[in-house]
Design a protein around this ligand. Structure first.
Ligand SMILES: Cc1ncc(COP(=O)(O)O)c(C=O)c1O
Length: 433
């Protein structure tokens, strides 16, 4: 059957004008608005593999991949088949079914630290629920987080460093009360000294430390192993739990994410994005006795109408099985490494003061600095303006980077070596221009 494009003859600009009338800023998640880029957001109506197609019919090589879930690329044929089959079977049960059981068992077998787990519908929900479990398990209130790590829009984590004592936080969003922010402590990444100081003062009140073990929401801020080790040492000493937020890194940097790569064993882990293969799924899990605190077994209430939605469960399982079967992580990491090298060499050859940091299949292009950026105060102040130029020129030439200077790029298995080398040429040319 020929599919009609109901948006043909419409422009992104006109759709954005309409959207602004009915939606705050015209978008359903702020980063989609191209804020600060002096350009209306592109409206896309189709996606396939490594490509996005705009309503105007222009094709873009997509390095955003919906901000991470699509590790196989858009509409992978195997995932599409499973999803279509599921849609022809059932959409949602709101009752027990075998599809979530299959995914839960796969995870439990492949990621042994996930002794028990619970599916939810987003990364935010996963984090929110993990914090609740940590507070219930320890009888403590405070959560320690790091500046530059994002954990979704959970009230208590929409905070920034306060101006008083190290670790004190204030809310970073209107609508989050000072009382809520008060229960969160915030310190910079990459500082054992700050860690020790905040634990010395607040250790007995800290229910959990939450960290993106590979921070990828404010640039790509790869942490030193010693720093991560110190978190575990101090948490252990003070009876606090450690939560790895692997919503981005989980099933991305390796099958077992950063838990596998670092060898550290957190008490709780949160996942999202890839686990649902492009559908709204999140998950929290970890030590059995902690998960046994969750209702209906225990006193921690947590529920969801569409939790473990069968379409997302099938998409997630087929995605993960395919990645494993095809040795996807190794392939993808190799390709990204080559791609980053091409960019690096190109920038150097053309004397462009740009740098590429990459880790597994994530990359981040930033204004050049001496040494590694591991904390947000090391990000050059020119990052925003330089990225804007690079983004707009790349867009013009058909490469869609994530539309924000601090967002990382995502490579999928649908990006072939040839396409990556072509993309590197386009980005280097854009940077030259
Ligand atoms: C590390 C991390 N945690 C939590 C979240 C929130 O996930 P969601 O957007 O699915 O609510 C995100 C989203 O980007 C994330 O990157």
């Amino acid at each position: 059957m020929q599919k009609l494009n109901p948006f043909a003859n419409q422009s992104s600009e006109s759709l954005f004008e309409r959207a602004k009338k009915v939606t705050p800023g015209g978008v359903h998640s702020p980063v989609r608005s191209f804020k600060g880029l002096d350009h209306a957001p592109v409206f896309f109506s189709k996606a396939e593999g490594a490509f996005l197609t705009s309503v105007e019919g222009k094709r873009y090589i997509d390095f955003c991949q919906s901000f991470g879930p699509l590790i196989l690329g858009h509409r992978d044929p195997e995932v599409q088949e499973a999803v279509s089959e599921m849609i022809n079977t059932a959409w949602t049960f709101g009752a027990c079914e075998p599809y979530s059981l299959e995914l839960a068992e796969w995870i439990n077998e492949e990621l042994p630290w996930m002794e028990k787990l619970r599916f939810v519908s987003s990364g935010t929900e996963a984090v929110m629920s993990a914090l609740r479990v940590a507070r219930a398990a320890t009888g403590r209130n405070k959560i320690l987080k790091f500046d530059g790590c994002y954990h979704g829009h959970v009230d208590s984590l929409l905070v920034q460093s306060g101006s008083g004592l190290a670790g004190e936080a204030s809310s970073s969003s209107a609508g989050v009360s000072a009382e809520t922010a008060h229960h969160t402590l915030v310190i910079p990444l990459d500082s054992e000294e700050q860690l020790r100081s905040v634990f010395e003062r607040e250790g007995k009140n800290i229910a959990a430390v939450i960290i993106e073990p590979l921070p990828a929401n404010y640039g790509l801020l790869e942490q030193r192993k010693e720093f991560l080790a110190e978190i575990f040492t101090l948490a252990n000493k003070h009876g606090s739990l450690v939560i790895f937020d692997e919503v981005i890194s989980g099933f991305r940097v390796a099958k077992g994410g950063m838990v596998e790569l670092t060898g550290f064993k957190p008490d709780l882990v949160t996942y999202g994005k890839i686990i649902g293969g492009g559908f709204p799924v999140g998950c929290y899990g970890g030590r059995r006795e902690l998960l046994d605190l969750v209702a209906p077994l225990g006193p921690v209430y947590q529920a969801g109408t569409l939790s473990a939605n069968p379409v997302g469960m099938r998409a997630g399982l087929v995605t993960l099985k395919k990645m494993k079967r095809e040795n996807g992580w190794e392939k993808l990491n190799q390709r990204t490494k080559k791609f980053s090298e091409l960019l690096r060499t190109g920038f150097e050859k053309n004397s462009l003061a740009l740098q590429v940091d990459s880790s597994a299949s994530l990359f981040w292009i930033h204004a050049a600095v001496a040494g590694n950026i591991r904390a947000i105060d090391k990000i050059p102040s020119t990052q925003g303006s330089r990225f804007k130029k690079l983004f707009l020129k790349s867009l013009e030439a058909g490469v869609y980077l994530a539309p924000n200077a601090y967002e990382v790029g995502f490579v999928s298995l649908a990006h072939s070596d040839e396409l990556l080398s072509q993309s590197a040429q386009i980005i280097i040319e854009a940077a030259r221009a």
